[in-house]
Design a protein around this ligand. Sequence first.
Ligand code: PLP
Length: 412
Amino acid sequence: MSYLSHTDPQIADIIEKERQRQVGGLELIASENLVSRAVLEAMGSIMTNKYAEGYPGKRYYGGCEFHDMAENLARDRAKQLFGAEHANVQPHSGTQANMAVYFSVMKCGDPLMSMSLSQGGHLSHGSPVSFSGTFYTVSQYGVDLKTETLDYGVVAEMARKVRPKVIVCGASAYPRIIDFKAFQEIADDVGAVCMADIAHIAGLCATGFHPSPVGTVDFTTSTTHKTLRGPRGGFILCNNDRAAATDKAIFPGMQGGPLMHTIAAKAVCFKEALSPSFADYQRQIVKNAKAMAEVLSSEGLRVVSGGTDNHLILLDLSAQHITGLEAEVALGKAGITVNKNTIPNETRSPFVTSGLRVGTPAVTSRGMKEENMRQIGHWIASIVKDIKNEAVIGKIRTDVEAMATRYPLYPE
Ligand code: PLP
């Protein structure tokens, strides 16, 4: 940061403070991760200096020969990683990947069916506060309130009733396996298009630790920055027959120049994800989440749906008589970063909530294993069961820092 600290010491100082926060704390936000140094270098590179509107071989600016090479590599690696016919790596974010799919198959007012935000879905799946909820006529399914898992019979029944143009599956806060094949069959049955948003579980899908929707559903969308451990951004996978409409929806439909430094970093991320060690990493993410869920249950906390099959755990704090917000703040003081989250049967607002979402991708990237998860689980339980006890929080803060220091973000 030598140039930055000279040119803009205020921003350099903020970045340094954030570095210290990341180094000294435990990141358990399920949608976050730590990118590799190689990804950081690509993102901070001179690839950011270029306009490259269009696609490889068909740009609206000169001088794009190396950008074509980078984007082709990113597309080819994404296709190889997921076994897809076509990849578009230009979406600036997961939300824009979803938007492009909607734009490619729907008109304003068309019926869209998806999982509700309060039961695990994402804003961009039709929430009334998102473009997706205002542009389309949205019907939403949730989970079965007893099992807290998806009931495909109920989804099928809703689909037959509302005859959606698009059915969205995939979630931000669902700890169980999603049956993408069942969703595609439901969509086929009513003549809808099926879109699987695997933003959270992309790394698991790429390595076989969650069934992959690619090749099964019509469209797969994702972010690159969650379990996939790449730069912040999105991508879309589909068969060749949908490629032209998808590409057109991204550019010129809804984006101008692609973020070429990010696309170069996406290429690096896909290469890293193709390596055998990435599968080991994904395996450990799931093992860590299971170990964490077990210890949280054994401490008497209620784990939504009784456990986890993926990288995240949803906790219901109703029995502790505290809100997700209170827990998030108290754990934050101890250096444990999590987020409040709505749960099935939620009675509180999304700003308060009755639940917490806890994820293992980032701590697993630091090399932490099950024994660390058990320790962290005990710390979480001690705090949420005695939330006003500042002495307990203070002692755990010291222990958290000691553990975090043993697992550097970027080992030398
Ligand atoms: N889809 C799902 C399932 C997500 O969980 C998220 C983000 O958390 C997104 C899409 C949106 O990604 P972005 O924040 O890049 O727009």
